[in-house]
Design a protein around this ligand. Structure first.
Ligand SMILES: O=C(CO)[C@H](O)[C@H](O)COP(=O)(O)O
Length: 424
């Protein structure tokens, strides 16, 4: 029978227990004490969860050395299965397997970070581990990797039962079962869910029905992710990088704008280049302008009219704009440093499409801009997929925290603020 394993990747023991209670109600079979929980709360988290729940307990030790010692620590704390790293040396794997036999627990070898994963999976089987875990780590997931890409190959290369982990949600759990996984490890899709019990039930049911169900998991489209997230989420995801300083929304009613940047640099009092940039723009672009100060307005109502007709989504300008009433009437979206009625003259200095600074942030043509009531955030084009995924994770975490606040906790309690302050 396929097993649904919840990965408790939390930092706080009490929160982990609460989430676990709901997940057990929802039908999880195995409970994993995630590495962050073990590192944050110690081996007592394995012990306590084992004493509270009558389930198979997996300790995700991510052991890289001292195989026998770490397996002993985990089993003596109540683990039935200990996850170690497949990338560890053969000696460490052998020691872990020996200790597993001695203390009567199973060893799961995690292929996270292993390049030649097929060959290593076969070696790990020969070394005597009990399960192989095909795993894409959280950081790799953000960069677009998916464990399902490797699952089938690994499954057909070894005779051991296969576990799979790394961004598994309901639809991926179906594909995982179809590709032969015996243990489906789910972390964030359950632990960050607003309704843990309901999400668990749905995933459990999907696993049970997998042999009958049809359909491929689909990658969530950029537009759908963008609709869910805010600039605040994106700022957190980028560790505060890319946030423009001093620019405010001055017009436009769309709650959020996302699109490709076309950069323009001009000098103070010269409004030619921003207008010329419209000729070079493509529908859906966002014009990002370094206007060389806000002594003069480098943009107004006529330019907004022209931009709207061209299909430009918004103007982000480190400088001033004017005709704001008419621009608001037009419903053209602008984030600017200030509003100023005095325009300069069209002299034609500056450049279009090169690297600029706007709101203190470097921007290149092709980078992505997310703007809302809070402000403007720039995402380097090469990081777009990863940062959107990370922002989505930030948002899901906040959704979960909001739920716990509704259930009666204060924000500082949910975040264990006092405890973490002491550590600093
Ligand atoms: O071990 C882990 C990260 O190293 C996680 O427990 C595992 O990836 C499952 O979590 P998620 O479903 O959120 O990816």
């Amino acid at each position: 029978m396929k097993k649904l394993q919840i990965a408790l990747d939390l930092l706080n023991f009490d929160r982990a227990v609460e989430i676990c209670e709901e997940a057990v109600e929802g039908g999880v079979d195995w409970i994993e004490i995630g590495t962050p929980l073990i590192k944050s709360e110690g081996r007592k988290s394995i012990k306590e969860i084992n004493s509270r729940f009558d389930k198979t307990i997996v300790a995700d030790m991510k052991t890289m050395d001292t195989g026998s010692l770490e397996v002993e620590i985990a089993t003596k704390s109540g683990a039935d299965v200990v996850a170690i790293l497949g990338a560890a040396s053969d000696s460490t794997i052998k020691e872990a397997v020996r200790s597993g036999n001695e203390f009567n627990c199973k060893i799961m070898a995690d292929l996270i970070g292993v390049r030649d994963y097929l060959e290593r999976a076969r070696e790990l089987e020969d070394l005597g581990v009990d399960f192989i875990l095909v795993h894409t780590g959280i950081d790799e997931q953000m960069a677009g990797s998916d464990p399902l890409d490797k699952l089938k190959e690994v499954e057909s290369s070894v005779d051991l039962p296969i576990a799979v982990a790394g961004g598994i949600d309901k639809s991926k759990s179906i594909k995982a079962v179809k590709s032969g996984a015996e243990i489906i490890v789910v972390g964030g899709s359950i632990t960050r869910s607003k309704d843990v019990m309901d999400s668990t039930k749905k995933i459990k049911k999907a696993i049970e029905n997998a042999s009958q169900l049809k359909g491929k998991p689909t990658k969530q489209r950029t537009r759908d992710i963008v609709e869910e997230i805010s600039t605040a989420n994106l700022s957190d995801a980028q560790h505060r990088k890319g946030v423009m300083k001093g620019l405010k929304r001055v017009s436009g009613s769309e709650s959020e704008i996302f699109g490709r940047a076309l950069t323009v640099r001009t000098i103070s009092g010269d409004w030619a280049k921003p207008l010329e940039a419209l000729e070079r723009s493509e529908e859906g672009d966002i014009l990002v302008v370094d206007a060389g100060g806000d002594e003069y307005a480098a943009w107004g109502e006529l330019a907004s009219n022209s931009a709207k007709i061209k299909g430009i989504k918004a103007l982000i300008i480190d400088g001033a704009v004017r005709d704001i009433d008419e621009i608001r009437e037009l419903d053209f979206s602008i984030w600017a440093r200030s509003i100023n009625p005095e325009a300069g003259k069209p002299k034609g200095y500056g450049e279009i499409g090169n690297k600029i600074q706007c709101g203190g942030v470097n921007v290149k043509t092709g980078d992505f801009i997310l703007a809302d009531e809070d402000g403007v955030v720039v995402v380097d084009k090469k990081d777009k997929e990863e940062m959107l995924q990370r922002a989505k994770m930030v948002k899901e975490n906040e959704d979960r925290i909001r739920e716990e606040i509704k259930q009666g906790k204060t924000l500082s309690e949910v975040l264990s603020l006092k405890e973490w302050e002491k550590e600093r």
